[in-house]
Design a binder for this molecule. Structure first.
Ligand SMILES: Cc1cc2nc3c(=O)[nH]c(=O)nc-3n(C[C@H](O)[C@H](O)[C@H](O)COP(=O)(O)OP(=O)(O)OC[C@H]3O[C@@H](n4cnc5c(N)ncnc54)[C@H](O)[C@@H]3O)c2cc1C
Length: 452
């Protein structure tokens, strides 16, 4: 750390109850590491906040020193928005408290909690709110960008269940958002990302949930299987989620894997799983009754930290003949055996939320497409990025309106506008003008204020 850095770090460290990490500290490399191995950024300082006052102090410090700011929840964002070169990271990983009020069916969750924290606390009362499928993903980033999980058919996106939030704005104000107070801000937090401030507490609506039947089923990959999947998901009940992942086995064999979860009584799951076990025989079938907490940890190991990732995403319609041909060609051309093409099925309550109740733009879409390049050798960056881009371009005729902000990589302003759609984007800009007119929070899928 330079002399100037040390002075600044010491001052900030004295002013916050948490701690400050900088270059030269043992914890620095671990603290700046994020999920995507392509991201290697060196912040000037990392403020590990432990309360709201720390967050406000860190914001003021960044403003006073003209430092760019990144906000870190679970560190999973593929674009690497949780870290910033030469700036200040407001790191919330020490703020993970979860308080459950079973009578009101509400959970209050601090801004640095991960889904494993929240699921464990709510399941202690037989309750849950829709979350992501990997337990180390941050509640904050996932919620602010939408949140697609196994409860989507029954209870919608995570952000549909966001009942309130408390945040610290760029001017250092403590602001609450709920249906009765700053309701427009609550709307913006339902999909508009980290554009409006640092959320220190989320409040979620909870729903009763006991066990689930859950697990992956692997099939030999074929075009016929894609057609079967597209028809099958039209028949499933809201309790069931069934996502398709085209991937390769360790031996390089192409597989179609279904990530399944039935959120209801095991007896009622039999019919839907029978359909998955008769027409095509699974090569591996791990669907079984489990606790929800165990089910939510099933995929923790499939996507290790440190692999290089480049993602292209968009909503899309059904898999007609020509879409199947496109998917087939893309999958065959993958530049890395680790890469995947993924379809998340969008159905049930996810499509029943009142139009305009969140900033998400999935209207009418059947799937959320993710062309997911994964590899480990930096020398292969070009090939893998090209594969994802070319594959995505090949899918263009089959894409529908919006794109899922949480899966966007580093994209242009136009692409972010397109992801939200013009009307929603303009509404988000108006909100940005009110809460962050100087675009202090810009390390995100950025909604720049008007006139910038
Ligand atoms: C392995 C893996 C599994 C995933 N599974 C799912 C899934 O099942 N469903 C799904 O919908 N998505 C999933 N995602 C995508 C995920 O939703 C996004 O990557 C999301 O951004 C992660 O949030 P985070 O807090 O972990 O990320 P971070 O990188 O820490 O944060 C991402 C961004 O969120 C904002 N942010 C974070 N915390 C705050 C805060 N407290 N206040 C204000 N802004 C904040 C900031 O802009 C930050 O840049 C997955 C991603 C990975 C890598």
């Amino acid at each position: 750390m330079t002399a100037i850095d040390a002075d600044a770090a010491n001052r900030l460290a004295r002013e916050i109850a948490g701690s400050v990490v900088g270059p030269g500290d043992d914890a620095y490399d671990q603290a700046r590491r994020v999920f995507n191995g392509m991201i290697d950024r060196r912040p000037r300082l990392i403020a590990r906040c432990v309360n709201e006052a720390d967050v406000a102090t860190a914001i003021a410090f960044a403003r006073d020193h003209a430092l760019a700011v990144a906000v870190r929840g679970g560190g999973h964002n593929v674009a690497g928005n949780a870290v910033v070169d030469g700036g200040l990271v407001i790191d919330l990983t020490r703020m993970r408290r979860v308080e459950v009020d079973p009578a009101r069916r509400r959970a209050r969750v601090q801004g640095g909690a991960c889904w494993g924290d929240l699921d464990a606390a709510t399941q202690a009362h037989g309750l849950a709110t829709p979350g992501g499928i990997v337990s180390s993903t941050g509640v904050a980033g996932l919620t602010l960008g939408g949140g697609i999980g196994v409860l989507r058919g029954l209870h919608g996106l995570t952000c549909d269940n966001l009942a309130g939030a408390e945040l610290v704005t760029a001017s250092g104000d403590f602001v609450a958002a709920s249906p009765d107070e700053n309701a427009d801000l609550l709307w913006g937090l339902r999909g508009g990302g980290g554009n409006f401030g640092v959320v220190t507490t989320f409040e979620f609506a909870l729903h009763p949930l006991s066990g689930v039947v859950s697990g992956p089923l692997d099939y030999r990959y074929s075009r016929e299987f894609l057609g079967f999947y597209d028809e099958f998901v039209d028949t499933i009940p809201d309790e069931f989620s069934c996502d398709l992942v085209l991937r390769r086995s360790q031996e390089g064999e192409p597989l179609a894997t279904l990530l399944t979860c039935y959120c209801g009584e095991a007896g009622s799951a039999v019919r839907v799983y029978d359909l998955l076990r008769t027409r095509f025989s699974p090569l591996r079938d791990e669907a079984a009754p489990r606790s929800y907490v165990d089910a939510q940890r099933l995929y923790d190991q499939i996507s290790p930290w440190g692999w290089r990732n480049y993602w292209k995403t968009n909503a899309m319609g059904g898999l007609g003949h020509s879409a199947i041909t496109a998917v087939d060609e893309i999958f065959a051309a993958a530049a890395s055996p680790l890469s995947q093409v993924q379809l998340e099925h969008l159905h049930g309550a996810l499509h029943r939320s009142a139009p305009g109740s969140s900033a998400l733009n999935f209207a009418g879409a059947k799937y959320n497409l993710l062309v997911n390049a994964k590899w480990t050798d930096p020398a292969r960056d070009g090939d893998n990025v090209r594969w994802a881009r070319d594959g995505f371009a090949r899918m263009q005729p089959h894409l529908s309106g919006g794109a899922y902000p949480n899966y966007l990589f580093q994209e242009t302003r136009e692409r972010v506008r397109q992801a939200y759609g013009d009307e929603t984007y303009d509404r988000l800009v108006a909100l940005k003008d009110r809460y962050d007119p100087a675009n202090f929070f810009r390390l995100n899928q950025n909604i720049p204020p008007s006139g910038s």
